[in-house]
Design a protein around this ligand. Structure first.
Ligand code: NDP
Length: 241
């Protein structure tokens, strides 16, 4: 059954794969982004998926943006909180700005996006909230105190909200990807990839964005109605929890 979906950060990387996969599954998708107009327009051109620009770190922008999407496409039934950034630094060098930017986008973004769609989902007795956390929110990572804190927060948010949505037909789940083959990874030197990163991954390769997208499509489906408050690790066996 085709539904209305928003994917934040849905114009490139993992988010673009999620937007495309949801569209292929028959849903009408709105893909949001922060500022990279060139990438967003190319994505819109290539896929025919509607794109919208706003900062998930601002509650007002999210409320206004969601209103616009709903007036153009209809009530949001599937929300994928995918937008995320890194501002890495060892803690003794981490600035308050680096901390705040990551928390605002990767954690407060979930509140800012979910709160405006929540009442409508409750009224209609259906909703799917899926957030993209990270393996590093499960196990921590050197130089990522800000990112790990935000991503661990996404898991707590999911578990709390799943309890509130359960009787209203709203499921709330979180996907924790491990290393995924995105633009970010292409900058890592071969030596580091082959000698440091790949040996940590039992399946012996990076994940593909489409593999995360397929997890999201399943969790967004009507078939996944009994799965809520769940943390789905998709990391090639790198961290088993
Ligand atoms: P990318 O950097 O490729 O894309 C990020 C997307 O988020 C872009 O569309 C970007 O918009 C958007 N975005 C960033 N900040 C904001 C903001 N403040 N408001 C609205 N949109 C914003 O990310 P990835 O595909 O690598 O990662 C996607 C998610 O998966 C993130 O949450 C990340 O933490 C998580 N993840 C990624 C892993 C990986 O290996 N890549 C591993 C584990 C988790 P714009 O194009 O305008 O900048």
């Amino acid at each position: 059954m085709g539904r209305i979906a928003i994917v934040t950060g849905g114009t490139r990387g993992i988010g673009a794969a999620i937007s495309k996969a949801l569209k292929e599954a028959g849903h009408t998708v709105a893909a949001t982004y922060a500022g990279n107009d060139e990438k967003a327009n190319a994505f819109k051109e290539a896929t025919g998926i509607a794109v919208y620009k706003w900062d998930v770190g601002s509650f007002e922008s999210c409320s206004e943006g969601i209103k616009k999407v709903e007036s153009e496409l209809g009530p949001v039934e599937i929300l994928v909180n995918n937008a995320g950034i890194t501002r890495d630094a060892p803690f003794h060098k981490m600035t308050a700005e680096q901390w705040k930017e990551v928390i605002d986008t990767n954690l407060s973004g979930l509140f800012n996006m979910t709160r405006p769609v929540w009442d409508g989902m409750r009224e209609r007795n259906f909703g799917r909230i899926i957030s993209i956390s990270s393996i590093n929110g499960q196990k921590g990572q050197f130089a990522q105190a800000n990112y790990a804190a935000a991503k661990a927060g996404d898991i707590g948010f999911t578990k709390a909200l799943a309890q509130e949505g359960a009787r209203k037909g709203i499921t709330v789940n979180v996907v924790c990807p491990g290393y995924i083959n995105t633009e970010m990874m292409s900058t890592i030197p071969d030596k580091v990839m082959n000698e440091v990163i790949l040996p940590q991954i039992p399946v012996g390769r990076l994940g593909e964005a489409e593999e995360i997208a397929r997890c999201v499509v399943f969790l967004a489906s009507d078939d996944a109605g009994f799965i809520t408050g769940s943390t789905l690790s998709a990391n090639g066996g790198q961290y088993m929890i």
